[in-house]
Ligand binder design. Sequence first.
Ligand code: PLP
Length: 390
Amino acid sequence: MFAPAYLDYNATTPVDARVLEAMLPWFSRRHGNASSRHEFGRAARAAIDEARTRVAAAVGASASEVVFTSGGTEASNLFIKGAAIARRTPDQRFPLIAISAVEHPSVRQPAAQLAKAGGRLREIAVDRDGRIARADFDAALAERPALISVMLANNETGVIQDVGALAECARPTRAWFHTDVVQALGKMPVDFRALSQCGVHALTLSSHKIGGPKGAGALVLDKRLELVPQIVGGGQERGLRSGTENVPAIVGFGAACALLAEQESAAVVRQADLREEVEIGVAELGAVIFGQAAKRLPNTVFFALPGVDGETLVAKLDRAGFAVASGSACSSADPEPSHVLMAMGVDPEVARGAVRVSVGRETTAKEVGDFLIALGETVFQLKRLATLAS
Ligand code: PLP
């Protein structure tokens, strides 16, 4: 059977077979509600506790700091909204929130919603390579935001921010500092203890980017912060996230985190080699690689070929059997050029050509080689059609 090559690991990853195996009993035989007092409930509670320990261990946190959610989006919403409500000004207005201009919509949208409801939002500029512009960061701090959110690694470009150093600078302002580590986890070290010593208070995690199931994630939260819960009801997750726990998904998330500890560093080096190959191949076709001068995740290449439309290229590659993303996967229904590239000062016409290749655990050198051949052929055809039409 024809098997397309999957080169879109930043959008989501396949569930690891060992993760699936760990999850299966919790759908059927072991179906208890973790709040029940009988044996079925106690077993579910113990499984959640074990998953909590595993997730905490993967990011150098303690289990009591992990709040399970339905994913990264909910975790960031909980932080941004829960903290903004908790830190309302004396006249009951939402406080100033500062976020980087390249945040994922799961941070941008709740911050924008609060701004519309009477709060204030300050975007922190990035440079041409997608790194936080330090002068603008300092200027934002001078405005005294109550909350700051800067992601550790960008989902589109893979650009890594020096979050520890930024949090250290922000510490004297007493802002609550959040970082989305959804894309960083599994691709680079993430250590909540070290980050919290620099002044970071919360991390957002998602299971489906690391070989776990969709529908599970966590907010890792400094317990000194008193967030106002956004989903209330039965009081699960220390009252911070009510709702009967999704035991199979939480167990799967924990199993995926445990596998990260076993992941050999060779696996990440192999991904970096494949990424390098993609970069050399696209550069030969004349591509611009976004964020190339910055420190980036080892698996991500975000590029554009001048004169080639990204959406068209992605559709043609899909037909040829290669799954890659145009712009951000999460906003591919949105025809606007990527806000990340706009913030980096990329020409909108160039940004419309943006294509993201992200490799992962199961990507092979053959897939990458075949992809580059298909890309070369597709670009040749598109350019020939454009010449004929002109
Ligand atoms: N943050 C980043 C950087 C992401 O890439 C994503 C998903 O694409 C999310 C947050 C949202 O996570 P989830 O899909 O678990 O809601």
